[in-house]
Design a protein around this ligand. Structure first.
Ligand SMILES: Nc1ncnc2c1ncn2[C@@H]1O[C@H](COP(=O)(O)OP(=O)(O)OP(=O)(O)O)[C@@H](O)[C@H]1O
Ligand SMILES: [Mg+2]
Ligand SMILES: [Zn+2]
Length: 454
């Protein structure tokens, strides 16, 4: 009996559904499920009828050195890639519309071409003249890379096969169409087919392929998650509108650590690298104010200091506001609950606004103590010591748990002129002198020690 073909697909995550639903139970997105023509099954696909060829197998040992990585010289990018671009690897760079993906990849391709790598940039969204104009504005006019304006997958593959570049940028995967798939460009079927072809090509020919993917909120075109599992490396380019900072974050990397970030600043002349993000994120800090806490965080392999800001005000609403930007709102709710249940400090009847200055996003549980510090400081209208940084995870019991890489956090804080650190009692520390350590066992102790109340 033939397998029933699913005709409904989630454009956010690519999950197949038997019938339409308002919400995808695979990824939780709303209004992303659309009807799609099922893939043709082809004749004789049953495995019983299949006469395959035996695949040559090999052992694990090798004397071959790993292929050299291609470094762009853009340090922020190279680090996020785990030390450079791996030949023959497939990358996905996702991001919101207008965040600067094309700018980043044009700069990257130009930088690679200036290091004698053969780089081709295919734009399916802008005409070559438009890309050239951008290149001029970015001061890249003389870079020996080449452009193509094309959306036909077959033509792109033929071109790549003839040219055999070291790296090819495809901007974007959602504009490509393959004549073997009967679906509109941007549909899950097209995006999947195009990504599959390009990834296969990358491996076979040793061409590094970088796919640009738009993050979409409506279900009109397929989101990057549809191709995340096919590629070696997934990077997301993030930033808040109205802020110049852009963060390139690796969420998956088969050739390096994930969670690594690169920090850029969007300027008129393109993306400028920010080699000392802590200084940048703290640069807007003026006089110490109630509700500000400096968190000594780690992003990937790098320590980054950020400022958590809280505002607490009486609410007129039946269910007060909890507005959280740049932090996990579930985490914030938990901390509010722990403050109430373990320390007897309620936030009922109060609106709470929390954000991370500069448009940074912080996901580490180690930020718990800084979040609690900012909340308490705002509520008590009592500024934290301006020379102090905080870190530590808060458990549901109110106890403080030590976190990894304490030394690195301290060193970064010291480098930026901080002299005091408020941290969990159980933190193991060696070899960081010159910092006053205020060790805290639990949240009640923190309230007493820092705010002078029980
Ligand atoms: N002349 C300019 N001066 C300064 N910044 C500019 C200029 N032109 C564009 N930008 C910046 O570049 C951003 C657009 O960058 P880019 O086109 O690389 O983004 P994208 O993510 O590729 O967008 P899309 O989703 O449209 O493909 C703009 O939002 C703007 O901030
Ligand atoms: Mg673009
Ligand atoms: Zn989904």
């Amino acid at each position: 009996m033939p397998k029933p073909t699913t005709a409904f697909t989630c454009t956010a995550c690519g999950a197949a559904h038997k019938k339409w639903a308002g919400r995808c139970d695979a990824c939780g997105a709303w209004n992303t499920i659309i009807e799609e023509a099922p893939l043709s099954q082809g004749p004789g696909r049953g495995l019983g009828a299949h006469k395959g060829r035996a695949v040559p197998l090999s052992g694990l040992s090798t004397s071959e050195p790993p292929p050299p990585r291609a470094r762009s010289g853009m340090e922020e990018l190279d680090r996020v890639l785990g030390g450079g671009l791996v030949p023959g690897s497939a990358l996905l760079v996702g991001g919101d519309p207008g965040i600067g993906k094309s700018t980043l990849l044009l700069q990257a391709a130009a930088a690679l071409s200036r290091r004698d790598l053969n780089a081709i940039y295919f734009s399916g969204e802008e005409a070559s003249a438009q890309v050239r104009m951008r290149a001029q504005r970015l001061g890249l006019g003389d870079a020996p890379m080449r452009l193509g304006a094309e959306t036909n997958l077959r033509d792109i593959l033929t071109t790549l096969d003839a040219e055999r570049p070291d790296v090819a940028v495809i901007d974007s995967i959602q504009t490509l169409w393959s004549d073997t798939v009967e679906a509109a460009p941007g549909s899950v079927a097209q995006v999947r087919a195009a990504a599959h072809e390009l990834v296969t090509f990358a491996k076979r020919r040793g061409v590094a392929v970088i796919l640009v993917g738009h993050v979409t909120k409506d279900g009109q075109i397929a989101g990057p998650r549809v191709v995340e599992h096919m590629v070696d490396t997934v990077l997301y380019f993030e930033g808040e509108r109205g802020h110049q900072f852009r963060i390139l974050r690796s969420v998956k990397n088969r050739f390096g650590p994930s969670g690594e970030i690169g920090v850029f600043e969007m300027t008129g002349a393109g993306l400028a690298e920010v080699s000392n993000p802590s200084a940048l994120f703290l640069s807007e800090r003026g006089q110490p104010f109630a509700g500000s806490a400096v968190f000594a965080g780690i992003e990937g392999t790098r320590p980054v200091l950020t400022e958590v800001q809280a505002l607490v005000a009486p609410s007129t609403l039946a269910s007060p506001r909890r507005t959280v930007v740049g932090l996990d709102s579930g985490r914030v709710s938990t901390i509010l609950a722990v403050l109430e249940a373990r320390c007897g400090i309620p936030f009922a009847g109060l609106d709470v606004f929390l954000n991370v200055a500069g448009g940074m996003r912080v996901a580490e549980p180690a930020a718990d103590l800084a979040i609690a510090g900012a909340l308490l400081s705002a509520r008590e209208d009592n500024a934290l010591p301006p020379e102090a940084v905080l870190f530590g995870e808060i458990s549901l019991s109110g106890a403080l748990r030590p976190v990894a890489q304490a030394e690195n956090r301290l060193k970064e804080a010291q480098k930026l002129g901080f002299t005091q650190v408020i941290l969990p009692e159980a933190t193991k520390l060696e070899g960081v002198g010159g910092m006053a350590l205020r060790r805290i066992t639990d949240l009640t102790g923190f309230v007493g020690e820092v705010f002078g109340a029980g």
